[in-house]
Ligand binder design. Structure first.
Ligand SMILES: N[C@@H](CCC(=O)N[C@@H](CS)C(=O)NCC(=O)O)C(=O)O
Length: 289
């Protein structure tokens, strides 16, 4: 039996994004299942006591781990080679304190600006409380980068659980156009360009309804992340006979750059259509054909 991860809506569930990134970014195989955010989370998790929130992980032995920080720690212990926490002690301790502060804090930002990755707004006025949260976030991001001196864009060296924990914060800053300085903006942009983040967002663009209780009455602007490569739904036949994800026979098609590609179900086609370059198996097929 493998890991079983139960998550919420791709477009709205910020804690689920953290849990999902801990698998997708660090390479542990997982069977993921979605619960429906239009119905009671608690009822849908009743088969996994004592879980009440998502993400919930069921380990191969049947332990129910229903908290994102506990999932990070458990995966890090089970897969030390994956680099979920940095190997360097100073960087690791810094990553841990950042992830923990995110896990227990920033309630003004979280309640005023719920994650909603299908939209980007303009003209959002951040309250004093939200601005105070943003100032603290910028302070600890800058601190982490100062003491760990990473070569790349991430907080504590290579991408770590601290970055997975702040991915939904980056998404909120992007969606609501929140005011942050240039260093924080670069860090947000790194998340928006991260293929794992883009995969989660692509699935959110094509699965699940728009939930009215998350909608805000601000004018909209285009998503500030990388523009997806243009593609459209098409008819077969396709260049490929087998789906790039499952290897099964193709039934649903898209066209990109004048060529038709096939998938074994509409969701695999549509998540690819939403952001083709986020999907390595698809892009490998395109490059190798
Ligand atoms: N401390 C938990 C919080 C998880 C959480 O609140 N998840 C939300 C979805 S983003 C949820 O399941 N809400 C449903 C509910 O509270 O009934 C964690 O770190 O995973």
């Amino acid at each position: 039996m493998s890991y079983h991860l139960i998550i919420g809506d791709y477009a709205y569930s910020s804690w689920s994004l953290r849990g999902w990134l801990l698998f997708d970014r660090f390479g542990s195989a997982v069977r993921a299942a979605l619960i429906d955010f239009t119905r009671s989370t608690r009822d849908q998790l009743s088969a996994y006591p004592p879980a009440r929130t998502v993400p919930t992980l069921v380990t191969p032995e049947g332990a129910v781990v229903s908290d994102s920080l506990a999932i990070a720690e458990e995966l890090a212990d089970r897969h030390p080679e994956a680099g979920i926490w940095p190997a360097d002690p100073l960087a690791r301790a810094t990553a841990r304190t950042l992830a923990a502060e995110m896990h227990s804090g920033f309630t003004a930002l979280r309640s005023a600006c719920p994650m909603a990755t299908r939209v980007a707004y303009e003209g959002v006025e951040a309250s004093d409380e939200v601005q105070a949260d943003l100032a603290r976030i910028e302070e600890i991001w800058a601190h982490a980068r100062r003491v760990t001196a990473p070569q790349g864009p991430w907080l504590c060296g290579d991408y770590s659980a601290a970055d997975a924990f702040f991915a939904p914060v980056a998404a909120r800053i992007a969606t609501y156009g929140l005011p942050v300085g240039p260093d924080a903006r670069s860090y947000v942009d790194a998340h928006l360009a991260d293929p794992a983040f883009r995969r989660f967002r692509a699935m959110g663009l094509v699965r699940g309804a728009d939930l009215p209780w998350y909608a805000k009455d601000y004018p909209r602007r285009p998503w500030p992340g990388p523009a997806p490569r243009p593609a459209r739904v098409a008819e077969g036949p396709s260049v490929n006979a087998a789906c790039p994800y499952s290897g099964r026979a193709v039934t649903d098609f898209l066209e990109m750059d004048g060529q038709v590609w096939g998938f074994c179900n509409p969701f695999c086609r549509d998540k690819t259509l939403a952001d083709p370059e986020a999907w390595p198996a698809f892009m490998a097929l395109v490059h190798d054909s």
